[in-house]
Design a protein around this ligand. Structure first.
Ligand code: C2O
Ligand code: CU
Length: 566
């Protein structure tokens, strides 16, 4: 046994002695995440913000498929926070999933929480982020999952790899921004910039010297792991003069797609190959919003530089690229419809063909009535958002604990299978369901059910593309389209051969999305739009997948040290 392995073995024993099950098949790694304030200067001004280990973006977790990671999260900040491992299935272990007051209460300042991240089916790129109010704006980082030892990428091993994290920069304090918006009922402030690996780039004031640079050698191929950690906007991204080959998404492989740009929603990751095959020079890589909406959004462009090594006269300014304009929904759709699973022998798909649980979920922006027009939203009302016309109310005690211990009064198992009534969701909607109901309603699902969900975007409030995210599962996107879903004709268009397997996918503006998965991971799993203001407004629900009949199909018991609820 090598010394590294014996350290792992020792660590495993220590963890077992602390009441944790050590079920690792691969290696076990241990990380310390210290939540702490740090000062950053961007856009000519300095602010203090919450980070992990003082860095923005935060530290990368690097593992191989099958490994287990224990992260000890130490909260040295001023308020309670939770951390979520976005896209990690966490089989039977919702206890470490992280969404605040869904699977745990926040980690109080001055305390620590040991979380266990079990990598099983994922291979590629994911990310972690805070899951308390808007703290994820500054508290996030990459998760890189290499193929299991002895296996390889289903494409030529790249010369080198780099991570590209797209994020939002707010000059103000993000927690104050969302708190003010929730108090007034109006729209939260837009971000002031987007960033690539923490830097806004050349096109903003005071940013030229710190612009992120990726150095490349002529003729080599690079793997870029692109993560959209932006708060409220989907993004177009591209590199001047270079074509991109998308080979993976949300830690699953795709049939290679050659393209000049990608559209990536908050929550999604894309693995992209780029060959440095152009004249040695400096080229911009840039991200700008895709925002097919009337809602306010940040309409700025973040840039980094792809720079060739070698002797040549550098250009006075890097070559620029034209990304699609912000409301080009056809550019977004033309890229999105090309996404297909690799579906090879080594990376097979398992798409449910016979469905035994169907949900039809409308996705809307709404209002809550305010007496005397006392709120800052439209007509003096409060902005809200809903699924099936229920605006999710976050409980005070986490739903997982309430479910596990049968605590009454925390949630209702009454989330409906369809909206309260059907109308022309995507046309002239009038006042239909403009005012939403409220509640903490969850959907119970039997273990092993083959689930189909149709998400129907609506023109209620303000139509927009909504990137729906599912905790605890990846799902197959079997269909999508504009307008109202047609139960007769649209299922005939489904791709049941090689649909992409993802954890987050946009419901097209005034359109629909059909997803399928097998509910074989028991637990309490949050489902929400990954546009942060919509999450805050209640575009959320919870799928509670019940236990199966055997020990191996039941949720694991909780560790004995979950943070207290107040
Ligand atoms: Cu990436 Cu519930 O989140
Ligand atoms: Cu949304």
């Amino acid at each position: 046994m090598g010394s590294q392995e014996s350290i792992m073995m020792f660590l495993c024993l220590v963890l077992v002695s602390r009441g944790l099950v050590c079920m690792a098949q691969g290696k076990v790694y241990y990380y310390d995440f210290v939540l702490e304030e740090a000062n950053f200067t961007r856009l000519c001004s300095t602010k203090s913000m919450l980070t992990v280990n003082g860095s923005f973006p935060g530290p990368e977790i690097r593992v191989h498929r099958g490994d287990t990671v224990f992260v000890n999260v130490h909260n040295h900040g001023e308020y309670g926070v939770t951390i979520h491992w976005h896209g990690v299935r966490e089989p039977r272990n919702p206890w470490s999933d992280g969404p605040e007051n869904i699977t745990q209460c926040p980690i109080p300042p001055g305390t620590s929480l040991l979380q266990e991240i079990d990598f099983t089916t994922e291979e590629g790129t994911l990310w972690w982020h805070a899951h308390s109010d808007w703290s994820r704006a500054t508290v996030h980082g990459a998760i890189i999952i290499f193929p299991a030892i002895g296996t390889s990428y289903p494409y030529t091993w790249p010369h080198a790899e780099d991570t590209i994290v797209l994020a939002s920069w707010f000059k103000g304090d993000v927690m104050a921004i969302i708190n003010e918006a929730l108090a007034s009922g109006g729209d939260p402030n837009k971000s002031d910039a987007f960033t690539i690996n923490g830097q806004p780039g050349d096109l903003y004031n005071c940013s030229s010297n710190s612009t992120y640079r990726l150095m490349v050698d002529y003729g080599k191929t690079y793997l870029l792991r692109i993560i959209n950690a932006v708060m409220n906007e989907e993004m177009f991204f591209g590199i001047a003069n270079h074509s991109l080959t998308v080979v993976g998404m949300d830690a699953a492989y795709l049939k290679p797609i050659k393209t000049s740009y990608i559209m990536i929603t908050p929550g999604q990751t894309m693995d992209v190959l780029v060959t440095a095959d152009q004249a040695p020079s400096h080229y911009y890589m840039a991200g700008s919003p895709f925002a097919d909406t009337m809602a306010p959004f940040d309409n700025t462009t973040t840039a980094a530089i792809l720079q060739y090594r070698g002797n040549y006269t550098p250009p006075t300014s890097p070559s620029f690229l034209a990304l699609p304009v912000y409301n080009d929904k056809y550019a977004a759709m033309n890229f999105t419809v090309r996404l297909r699973s690799l579906a090879s022998r080594a990376h097979p798909v398992n798409i449910p063909k016979i469905i035994n649980k169907r949900l039809f979920i409308t996705v809307s922006v709404n209002m809550i009535f305010c007496p005397n027009e006392s709120c800052a939203g439209p007509d003096g009302n409060r902005l809200a958002a809903s699924l099936n016309n229920i605006s999710f109310q976050t409980p005070k005690i986490d739903i997982l604990q309430a479910y596990y211990r049968s605590l009454p009064g925390v949630y209702n198992a009454t989330f409906p299978d369809k909206p309260p009534y059907f109308f022309n969701f995507t046309g002239d909607v009038g006042n239909n369901t403009l005012y939403t109901g409220l509640g903490t309603k969850v959907k119970m699902i039997n273990y092993g059910a083959a689930v189909e969900i149709i998400f129907q975007g609506t023109n209620v409030g303000a139509a927009e593309n909504h990137p729906m995210h599912q905790h605890g599962y990846s799902f197959y996107v079997v269909g999508m389209g504009w307008g109202n879903f047609d139960h007769e004709t649209d299922p005939k268009t489904y791709n049941l051969v090689d649909p992409p397997e993802v954890n987050t996918f946009g419901v097209p503006t005034n359109g629909w999305l059909a997803i399928r998965f097998i509910a074989d991971n028991p637990g309490v799993w949050f489902q929400h739009c990954h546009l942060e203001r919509h999450t805050s407004w209640g575009m959320d629900t919870v799928l509670v997948v019940k236990n199966g009949n055997t020990a191996a199909t039941c949720m694991r018991p909780p560790p004995h040290y979950m943070p207290p609820c107040h």
